[in-house]
Design a protein around this ligand. Structure first.
Ligand code: G6P
Length: 622
């Protein structure tokens, strides 16, 4: 989703800004732009194409300067079009529509009171040339400008309702960028003395290569970047005055998102095949089960809780939904799983003895962060996150954490983050079971053995790729698909359907197989492929009856069956044989062929697999 980079330097910073945007590309965007302060004027280039195009546009127009801001936009207000792309310039009273004002601004987030501000600014003579909520901020800062950009921004911020990270500069102050955050992530990067440069960006990864000296700005922070110095302030809610703030600058070794593709066609394929290594890395420091895997003080917290509340979005929500089965059956702890965007606005009954577990690949998902705050505000202060980014807001905000080591995930459709989250959640289940006296030593040893063997087991499932490719050619011709699963594997069916719809644009729905006859059976015809997740578990016989219901209506079944299920192919029943049943960890194996099916179906349909239409990797607005 939207990404911001800004800089003040004594060298031409345009290539650095564009490189920063490239490192943020993985978040998903539909337009981009760069603006600089040049020869006493605001200059910009914008595009609805790729970030790489900005380099050529900047060179053609001779756009070069030491002070600038850059942005990747994921449309919320106004279509993806050049006139809506950031940076936005103010167009003050009296200016003709072709002229530009003195303020340039980029924004990530949503300004909820933009209509009201737009009406007010129009009355004052401001000219709007976009449909964005962002443009009102540029005009508002211009309106409040009286020779000091910091003052103007500080006056403008209290008038904004909603979430934002902004970076702004002014025609009249050549070596200054002001940035601020409230609800959207922003970091300050302190550059070397050679060029006296300082940066702001949406995350540390955007600045990899220029600085590893990172300060994570806090909610409400305003930072004044100048050559060789920076100053952070925050508004005191009581006095309304902005006061200086001290923030720690840390050395952060952020990895570049632009990892090499190697022999793979897409990042998603690469990431599917990286799962054995990602799982092994996630388990690397695990020598035994103990609460301390989740941080100091975990034992005390685990002892005090009587339930678990999992909050997440998207694929992370499905890993949480799977974990509920583990937590209740193995650790015997009541667990609820909620979609973060629903929970944050719902009247619920808070229980201070609940462990609040957020799950997030990025650690920056706005709804999950807001749901966490909502839980805390209700007195649920025992918090833990399963997260893939150690430096993210989620990890900083939670008391306990387990960092999955999936490595950078670039493909919008999450794969290795999901399976490593499941590993983290299984460890949490075992640690809670142990604390609650529910884990016999022999069982612990068995579970650990199964976990350690997982990378090899996943490798064996990946070897089924050629068979999945053969199926995907048939799927590519369909417009609808049903996915069935039961118990622990129902969330896996949900995740399989999500993968297929995200990247191949085939309408896919998942059902617990027992629900088939309560509705979806009406959809079953020879044209509707029914993908079935068939582990050899206690529900297998029930599942076989559900499969008969489909066959009796002429439906075509595509079954991923454990090797020991005795389900054989026959007309209308297509079977890919998985390895033997893998017990409690079986969902981690069963999701792999569903990822491959979605991937190859999307390839056969020729979609943009890594950047599916309308979707973003990191959803930093609500
Ligand atoms: C977006 C991504 C999904 C991801 C979801 C939650 O929708 O496209 O892949 O599952 O956000 O993101 P998180 O980073 O919190 O896991």
């Amino acid at each position: 989703m939207c990404g911001i980079v800004g800089a003040v330097s004594q060298r031409n910073i345009v290539p650095v800004l564009i490189e920063g945007l490239k490192r943020l590309e993985y978040r998903g965007y539909d337009s981009c732009g760069v603006a600089v302060h040049q020869d006493g004027m605001l200059r910009r280039v914008r595009s609805t194409s790729r970030v790489a195009e900005l380099t050529g546009l900047a060179a053609e127009d001779g756009v070069a300067s030491g002070t600038g801001i850059a942005h990747t936009r994921w449309a919320t207000h106004g279509a993806p079009a050049v006139h809506n792309a950031h940076p936005h310039f103010s167009q003050g009273p009296g200016a003709s529509s072709a002229s530009v004002g003195r303020i340039a601004l980029v924004h990530n987030g949503i300004i909820e009171n933009h209509d009201e501000l737009r009406a007010e600014l129009k009355q004052r003579g401001y000219v709007f040339s976009s449909q964005t909520d962002t443009e009102v901020i540029a005009h508002l800062v211009d309106h409040l400008y009286n020779g000091d950009l910091l003052e103007a921004v500080q006056q403008a911020l209290p008038r904004l309702k909603g979430a934002y990270a902004v970076a702004v500069f002014c025609r009249d102050e050549p070596h200054r960028v002001i940035a601020a955050r409230e609800g959207s992530p922003l970091v300050l990067g302190v550059g070397g003395a050679e060029y006296g440069e300082n940066f702001v960006a949406s995350d540390a990864m955007a600045l990899a290569g220029v600085t590893d000296q990172i300060c994570y700005l806090e909610e409400g922070d305003v930072v004044d970047l100048q050559l060789g110095r920076y100053w952070i302030s925050r508004r005191n809610a009581e006095t309304g005055r902005f006061e200086a703030q001290q923030r720690e600058v840390k050395t952060v070794h952020a990895h570049s998102g632009a990892a090499e593709l190697g022999p793979y066609r897409h990042y998603m394929q690469k990431e599917i095949f990286e799962q054995p290594v990602a799982i092994a890395n996630t388990l690397d420091a695990v020598n035994g089960i103990s609460p301390e895997l989740f941080g100091d003080g975990a034992y005390r917290i685990f002892k005090e809780i009587d339930s678990v509340l999992i909050l997440a979005c998207g694929t992370s929500y499905y890993s949480g939904s799977t974990a509920k089965y583990w937590l209740e059956s193995i650790a015997k702890i009541p667990t609820s799983v909620e979609i973060a965007s629903e929970y944050r606005y719902r009247d619920s009954v808070p229980n201070p003895r609940t462990l609040v577990v957020t799950i997030s690949q990025s650690g920056e998902t706005a709804d999950t962060l807001a749901a966490l705050k909502h839980a805390r505000a209700q007195g649920m202060t025992k918090t833990l996150t399963i997260c893939n980014v150690a430096t993210s807001a989620m990890v900083r905000e939670c008391e306990l954490a387990y960092i999955t080591r999936a490595g950078a995930e670039i493909g919008v459709a999450s794969t290795k983050a999901f399976t490593t989250q499941l590993v983290g959640l299984f460890l949490l289940t075992l640690a809670l079971a142990q604390t609650r006296g529910q884990l016999a030593e022999a069982d612990e040893a068995e579970h650990l053995k199964a976990l350690r063997h997982l990378p090899v087991a996943v490798q064996a499932v990946l070897a089924l790729e050629p068979q999945v490719i053969a199926w995907s050619e048939e799927f590519a011709r369909k417009e609808n698909a049903l996915f069935l699963g039961r118990g622990l594997h129902y969330p896996i069916a949900l995740e399989g359907a999500l993968k297929l719809k995200e990247i191949s644009y085939i309408h896919a729905e998942a059902y617990p197989a027992g629900e088939l006859k309560h509705g979806p059976l009406a959809l079953v015809t020879a044209e509707m492929p029914v993908v079935t997740v068939a582990p050899n578990d206690a529900l297998l016989e029930k599942l076989k009856s559900n499969m008969q219901e489909v066959r009796a209506r002429g439906g075509q079944l595509y079954v991923f069956a454990d090797g020991d299920t005795q389900i054989e192919s026959e007309p209308g029943l297509h079977v890919i044989r998985m390895p033997e049943h893998y017990g409690a960890l079986s969902p981690i194996l069963h999701v792999i062929p569903l990822q491959l099916l979605a991937y190859h179906t999307a390839c056969a349909r020729g979609t943009d697999v890594d950047k599916p239409r309308n979707l973003a990797k990191s959803v930093t607005v609500e």
